[in-house]
Design a protein around this ligand. Structure first.
Ligand SMILES: [Zn+2]
Length: 120
């Protein structure tokens, strides 16, 4: 993969990382502000549900953050865009759609088929 394309993906990944950090810090501010003005029990309960949901979203985001960081590491060590399973190059179209991916479409499909087989 040439340098220009790697730069392109590095920028996309770092932008996405920034976005996630911004989103999470904004959310924290909102939650704090809301908790200060929760006068009765009902509001308090709703608030707790909101916080629960925020934690779920946060868990999902932190998994994504980890994936993005790993993708950035792969860019640094020169393994970005190479399938972890078969060692072939992952198509650029696939990386464009999902830069954090670690498998080529063939391996991904194979894996999904295996999961379906196990499910039945
Ligand atoms: Zn593969």
């Amino acid at each position: 993969m040439n340098k220009k394309i790697l730069q392109h993906f590095r920028k996309r990944l770092t932008d996405q990382l920034d976005e996630l950090h911004d989103k999470n810090s904004q959310k924290r501010v909102t939650t704090l502000a809301e908790s200060e003005q929760a006068p009765d029990f009902t509001d308090q309960a709703t608030l707790e549900t909101d916080i629960d949901m925020n934690i779920h979203i946060k868990e999902r985001d932190s998994k994504l953050i980890l994936k993005i960081k790993q993708a950035l590491e792969r860019i640094e060590n020169g393994t970005f865009g190479i399938c972890e399973t078969c060692g072939e190059e992952i198509s650029e179209a696939r990386l464009e759609a999902r830069p954090v991916t670690t498998e080529c479409i063939d391996c991904k499909r194979e894996q999904e088929n295996q999961e379906k087989l196990r499910g039945n």
